[in-house]
Design a protein around this ligand. Structure first.
Ligand code: SF4
Length: 243
């Protein structure tokens, strides 16, 4: 089957293939543990510059210690810093979380707003975090753009943009709204597990037959007039995986 030649065609194929590879809802696909939108917001703020595994080790104590926005807003900074110390950047994260609790309590009646324009006014909440919370916990469309989504969107020829907001706008124009969140979360999983930075496992990739950046011996990147990667270079990190 010939690979799709347009960004829209490739995006549609990504939606289908990645849904087969990583089934489930956005909530299933999100690797952060949480029960409520408030908890996901807190966990996402904690996840900056660390792993979801590390956040999941710490977040139960934070949720138990500060179960409501008002209680988080009234937290003692030193106590909160100690709880979240292992996630890194603990001083600025504690400051953001206290500000976040206060803002939710005083400006949004203790509720997490759905509107992205409101979400990004909260301390510690940028567009990426806002879109995570919208798509995973609030049932609203949202396309979070993190480092994996940035890298894979370019490798897959979905956009040439490098600015996250422009990537979001261009990729969202290629797929239906109800696929924004699922596609982003699946690209993140694919970036973590298969299309790993600097050592993509193209031999194990379900997108390899149409990916313009595929690197496999004897396989020319889709839409490329260049000779196959295997005839241009030897070795490298992108060959088929033995297992
Ligand atoms: S074929 Fe290779 S470069 Fe393209 S998405 Fe898959 S792992 Fe990444």
């Amino acid at each position: 089957m010939a690979g799709p030649r347009t960004a829209k065609g490739r995006a549609g194929r990504c939606v289908e293939r990645l849904a087969e590879e990583y089934p489930g809802t956005t909530r299933d696909l999100c690797e952060l543990d949480f029960e409520t939108p408030f908890q996901l917001l807190v966990a996402t703020v904690l996840s900056a510059q660390t792993t979801d595994v590390r956040v999941n080790e710490v977040s139960p104590s934070v949720f138990a210690g500060y179960p409501t926005p008002a209680e988080l807003g009234a937290a003692d900074p030193a106590e909160l810093e100690e709880l979240i110390h292992s996630t890194g950047f603990f001083r600025s994260k504690a400051k953001s979380l206290i500000g976040l609790g206060t803002a939710l309590d005083t400006r949004f009646a203790g509720q997490v707003p759905v509107d992205i324009a409101d979400l990004v006014t909260l301390p510690g909440v940028g567009r990426k975090t806002a879109n995570v919370v919208r798509s995973v916990a609030l049932g609203a469309p949202g396309f979070p753009v993190d480092t994996h989504v940035t890298r894979l969107s370019k490798l897959l020829g979905l956009t040439e943009q490098t600015d996250p907001e422009k990537i979001e706008a261009e990729v969202c124009a290629l797929v239906p709204k109800d696929q924004w969140g699922p596609l982003s979360l699946r690209l993140i999983l694919h970036g973590r597990r298969v299309c790993i930075a600097r050592r993509p496992r193209c031999g194990d990739c379900v997108l390899a037959d149409f990916c313009p950046s595929v690197q496999l011996p004897g396989v020319a990147p889709a839409g490329s007039s260049r000779p196959p990667a295997g005839s241009r270079r030897r070795g490298g990190a992108a060959g088929p995986k033995a297992s």
